[in-house]
Design a protein around this ligand. Structure first.
Ligand code: SF4
Ligand code: SF4
Length: 109
Protein backbone atom coordinates (compact mmCIF):
# COMPACT_ATOMS: atom_id res chain seq x y z
CA UNK A 1 0.00 0.00 0.00
CA UNK A 2 1.41 3.38 -0.97
CA UNK A 3 1.84 6.10 1.65
CA UNK A 4 -0.67 8.19 -0.30
CA UNK A 5 -3.29 5.44 -0.04
CA UNK A 6 -2.43 4.84 3.63
CA UNK A 7 -2.85 8.52 4.51
CA UNK A 8 -6.14 8.67 2.65
CA UNK A 9 -7.30 5.74 4.77
CA UNK A 10 -6.81 7.87 7.89
CA UNK A 11 -9.16 10.56 6.66
CA UNK A 12 -12.50 10.33 8.49
CA UNK A 13 -15.35 9.94 6.06
CA UNK A 14 -17.50 12.72 7.55
CA UNK A 15 -18.52 14.39 4.33
CA UNK A 16 -17.63 14.08 0.68
CA UNK A 17 -16.45 17.67 0.47
CA UNK A 18 -14.21 17.28 3.53
CA UNK A 19 -12.80 14.04 2.10
CA UNK A 20 -12.08 15.66 -1.25
CA UNK A 21 -10.34 18.59 0.45
CA UNK A 22 -8.25 16.27 2.62
CA UNK A 23 -7.31 14.12 -0.37
CA UNK A 24 -6.24 17.20 -2.30
CA UNK A 25 -4.10 18.23 0.68
CA UNK A 26 -2.40 14.81 0.67
CA UNK A 27 -1.50 15.35 -2.99
CA UNK A 28 -0.08 18.80 -2.13
CA UNK A 29 2.04 17.55 0.76
CA UNK A 30 3.48 14.38 -0.77
CA UNK A 31 5.96 14.54 -3.62
CA UNK A 32 5.05 12.70 -6.79
CA UNK A 33 6.50 10.13 -7.18
CA UNK A 34 6.61 9.21 -3.50
CA UNK A 35 9.93 8.40 -1.81
CA UNK A 36 11.01 4.81 -1.18
CA UNK A 37 13.84 3.35 0.87
CA UNK A 38 17.11 2.08 -0.55
CA UNK A 39 19.62 0.01 1.42
CA UNK A 40 23.31 0.90 1.26
CA UNK A 41 24.88 -2.48 1.93
CA UNK A 42 28.34 -0.99 2.44
CA UNK A 43 27.00 0.89 5.50
CA UNK A 44 24.81 -1.89 6.96
CA UNK A 45 26.22 -3.67 10.02
CA UNK A 46 24.71 -6.99 8.98
CA UNK A 47 26.46 -6.98 5.61
CA UNK A 48 29.73 -6.00 7.27
CA UNK A 49 29.81 -8.65 9.98
CA UNK A 50 27.91 -7.98 13.20
CA UNK A 51 24.22 -8.87 13.22
CA UNK A 52 21.69 -6.07 13.57
CA UNK A 53 18.22 -6.27 12.02
CA UNK A 54 16.87 -3.31 14.05
CA UNK A 55 15.04 -2.02 10.98
CA UNK A 56 13.11 -5.11 9.95
CA UNK A 57 10.65 -5.37 12.82
CA UNK A 58 9.53 -1.76 12.34
CA UNK A 59 8.34 -2.15 8.75
CA UNK A 60 4.55 -1.85 9.10
CA UNK A 61 2.28 -4.78 8.22
CA UNK A 62 0.50 -2.75 5.54
CA UNK A 63 3.81 -2.55 3.64
CA UNK A 64 3.45 -6.32 3.17
CA UNK A 65 7.08 -7.26 3.72
CA UNK A 66 8.76 -4.32 1.99
CA UNK A 67 11.72 -4.80 4.33
CA UNK A 68 12.51 -8.36 5.36
CA UNK A 69 15.40 -10.65 6.17
CA UNK A 70 16.63 -12.96 3.42
CA UNK A 71 19.31 -15.41 4.59
CA UNK A 72 19.61 -13.23 7.74
CA UNK A 73 20.28 -10.00 5.79
CA UNK A 74 17.87 -7.08 5.19
CA UNK A 75 16.36 -6.70 1.73
CA UNK A 76 14.10 -3.86 0.52
CA UNK A 77 11.37 -4.30 -2.10
CA UNK A 78 10.90 -0.78 -3.47
CA UNK A 79 7.60 -1.77 -5.09
CA UNK A 80 6.12 -2.52 -1.65
CA UNK A 81 7.77 0.30 0.35
CA UNK A 82 5.36 3.10 1.31
CA UNK A 83 8.11 5.50 2.34
CA UNK A 84 7.00 5.73 5.99
CA UNK A 85 10.63 6.09 7.13
CA UNK A 86 10.31 3.93 10.26
CA UNK A 87 13.30 1.79 9.25
CA UNK A 88 15.43 4.86 8.55
CA UNK A 89 14.81 6.14 12.07
CA UNK A 90 15.75 2.75 13.55
CA UNK A 91 19.04 2.30 11.70
CA UNK A 92 21.99 2.98 14.04
CA UNK A 93 24.65 3.55 11.37
CA UNK A 94 26.12 6.96 10.59
CA UNK A 95 25.52 7.76 7.82
CA UNK A 96 22.37 5.68 7.81
CA UNK A 97 22.37 2.49 5.76
CA UNK A 98 18.73 3.15 4.85
CA UNK A 99 17.85 6.24 2.86
CA UNK A 100 14.60 7.65 1.51
CA UNK A 101 14.97 8.57 -2.15
CA UNK A 102 12.69 9.56 -4.98
CA UNK A 103 12.24 6.70 -7.50
CA UNK A 104 14.27 7.45 -10.60
CA UNK A 105 17.07 8.75 -8.42
CA UNK A 106 17.79 5.21 -7.18
CA UNK A 107 21.48 4.38 -7.28
CA UNK A 108 22.49 0.80 -7.95
CA UNK A 109 24.42 -0.78 -5.09
S1 SF4 B 1 10.17 3.11 4.68
FE1 SF4 B 1 11.12 1.28 5.62
S2 SF4 B 1 9.69 0.69 7.26
FE2 SF4 B 1 8.55 2.07 5.88
S3 SF4 B 1 7.55 0.69 4.39
FE3 SF4 B 1 9.51 1.30 3.47
S4 SF4 B 1 10.93 -0.35 4.03
FE4 SF4 B 1 9.16 -0.52 5.41
S1 SF4 C 1 19.07 -1.19 11.07
FE1 SF4 C 1 20.61 -0.46 9.58
S2 SF4 C 1 22.51 -1.52 10.15
FE2 SF4 C 1 20.82 -2.62 11.14
S3 SF4 C 1 20.27 -4.28 9.68
FE3 SF4 C 1 18.92 -2.51 9.24
S4 SF4 C 1 20.01 -1.41 7.60
FE4 SF4 C 1 21.52 -2.77 8.55
Amino acid sequence: MSRRAWLRGLVPRVADTALEAASARVDEVLPDPEPVVVLHRDRCFTFRGPECGACVGLCPPEADGALRLVTCKPVVDADLCNGCGACVEACPTIPTALELVIPGALAEE
